[in-house]
Design a binder for this molecule. Structure first.
Ligand code: FAD
Ligand code: NAI
Length: 461
């Protein structure tokens, strides 16, 4: 009996490794299977972490080259791409090996190889059978591709290849104006590439609050990122001098060819459950391949699923929350995720952060709301820092004043949003933030001012 695990987790990304660690902490006998050489999944190896390392380095470069003069400084800064990529890798390696350490500390067995479900409570890894009372599927996602476009990770790259380019492309075409397109497009633009984003819809960042979309587009255009909105890519052809990207208007007609040295395909990601053996236990998936769950339970007994391979936002912290909750449920506790309070951050400059409902969602749901808004130009710290682009916006229920959403575009937005997340978790009203003393001068005063403006806005109605 002692050889039977309480839980085997397939996949060692943010969902899987957090689930494994929590299970270990709760005294369960746990193993985590990972097919990559290193733990950490997409996020640590080829996602959140390497992209943020490059975003940070290139933002510093851009600040030094563009903004120092206005602050009375002069700098001559050079970059060395292979060294920058190496530094990024060092950060990744440090963090992935940190998870190995945490596994040991929390008694998690790390099984290397590809896991396959072969029966109830049975998982096979490269020919070896393991038995378990519970299985957690945390196999994550993979890059979605376009028909007729072959990603070679050199000239036509996904995010993975875009994190490894060894020189700055002269012209880069980004297919998809979502999160990856704007983040990695920013990295290469800051280093000198002419970046054009081709987006199928009439807006970037679909699903975001409308005012945020408009402001983000304005700001990125000001930074000389180019946009072809309402346009789809039909083919990418290799030529002697580079690549020709064939596009047409999304509504049909109006063809246009764009030249590129590198094309980045980032039109979304899809769940990865290939060769996993879902059919063996009849684990149901939806039309798009996401594993169907109810409180992390799949349609098979004692089989759970978490993270990118299930529905919901494809975010590391969402996967992490689900991993912890699933481990707690398996241990007989009350694991829970509040899906209404999952922040999203786009790490462009300035950052874009949101939580809760957008104005458009509130209108569509017929929920009466009031809003407060405050521009960063009027925030003293933002002015000191020469970071005055953007605004903070808070949406609250028209009758109860309960905070329903917040949308911030501006310096440090990714950190500022958490004040609102905590408030929402406590069911706070916008007046609670408005009445909380905020240190001066900080950019977080912009959030407080937006909360104070909610009442002004309501009075004008
Ligand atoms: P994954 O991280 O994909 O992990 C799944 C793991 O399972 C993989 O390591 C895979 O090798 C392994 N696996 C799959 N099948 C098997 C099998 N059968 N046997 C063994 N192992 C298997 N999210 C954020 O919140 N913030 C960000 O800043 C951010 N930046 C991103 C930047 C980029 C470029 C990309 C691509 C993604 C980014 N994301 C970000 C999204 C984030 O990476 C994912 O939401 C997160 O990694 C999902 O975690 P997961 O554990 O569900 O899956
Ligand atoms: P995305 O879903 O954010 O954006 C894809 C974009 O491509 C959309 O705007 C869509 O309209 C567009 N598109 C789709 N088909 C197209 C076509 N044929 N031609 C032109 N445009 C087309 O997906 P993305 O950027 O690939 O990111 C994948 C996932 O990774 C996201 O779900 C995101 O949550 C996660 N991620 C999160 C980050 C963060 O939290 N900061 C950073 C990077 C990725």
């Amino acid at each position: 009996m002692s050889d039977i695990y309480d839980v085997i987790i397939i996949g060692g990304g943010p969902g899987g490794y957090n689930c494994a660690i929590r299970a270990g902490q709760l005294g369960l006998k746990v193993a985590c299977i990972e097919t990559r050489k290193t733990l950490g999944g997409t996020c640590l190896n080829v996602g959140c972490i390497p992209s943020k390392a490059l975003l940070h380095a290139t933002e510093l470069y851009e600040t030094a080259t563009n903004d120092f003069e206005a602050m009375g400084m002069k700098a001559s800064v050079e970059f060395d791409i292979p060294e920058m990529i190496k530094a990024k890798q060092k950060t990744v390696d440090g963090l992935t090996s940190g998870i190995e350490f945490l596994f040991k500390k929390n008694n998690v067995d790390h099984i290397r190889g590809f896991g396959k479900i072969v029966g109830e409570g049975k998982v096979e890894v490269d020919g070896k059978l393991y038995e378990t009372k519970n299985i957690v599927i945390a196999t994550g996602s993979e890059v979605a591709t376009l028909p007729n476009i072959d990603i070679d990770e050199k000239q036509i790259v996904s995010s993975t290849g875009a994190l490894e380019l060894q020189k700055v492309p002269g012209k880069m075409i980004v297919i998809g104006g979502g999160v990856i397109g704007l983040e990695l497009g920013s990295v290469w633009r800051r280093l000198g590439a002419e970046v054009t984003v081709v987006e199928f819809l009439d807006t970037i960042l679909p699903g975001s609050d409308g005012e945020i979309q408009k402001q983000a587009l304005r700001t990125l255009k000001k930074q000389k990122m180019k946009f072809e909105l309402g346009r789809k890519v039909t083919a990418v052809e290799k030529t002697k001098s580079g690549l020709t990207v064939k596009t047409e208007a999304s509504a049909g007609g109006k063809e246009k060819d764009l030249e590129a040295d590198v094309v980045l395909v980032c039109i979304g990601r899809r769940p990865f459950t290939k060769d996993l053996g879902l059919d063996v236990l009849k684990v149901a998936t939806d039309k798009r391949g996401f594993i169907e769950t109810d409180h992390f339970k799949t349609t098979a007994n004692n089989v759970f699923a978490i993270g990118d391979c299930t529905t919901g936002p494809m975010l590391a912290h969402k996967a992490e929350e689900e991993g912890v909750a699933a481990a707690e449920i398996i241990a007989g506790k009350a694991g829970h995720v509040n899906y209404g309070v999952i922040p999203g951050v786009v790490y462009t400059s300035p950052e874009i952060a949101s939580v809760g409902k957008t104005e458009e969602e509130l209108k569509a749901a017929g929920i009466p709301y009031k809003k407060g808004k405050f521009p960063f130009t009027a925030n003293s710290r933002a002015r000191c820092n020469h970071e005055t682009d953007g605004f903070a916006k808070i949406l609250a229920h028209a009758e109860t004043d309960e905070i329903l959403g917040a949308h911030i575009i501006g310096a440090l937005a990714g950190d500022l949003i958490h004040e609102v997340c905590v408030a929402m978790e406590f069911g706070a009203a916008s007046e609670d933030i408005a009445r909380t003393c905020h240190a001066h001068p900080t950019v977080s005063e912009a959030v407080r001012q937006a909360a104070m403006d909610v009442e002004n806005w309501a009075m004008q109605m």
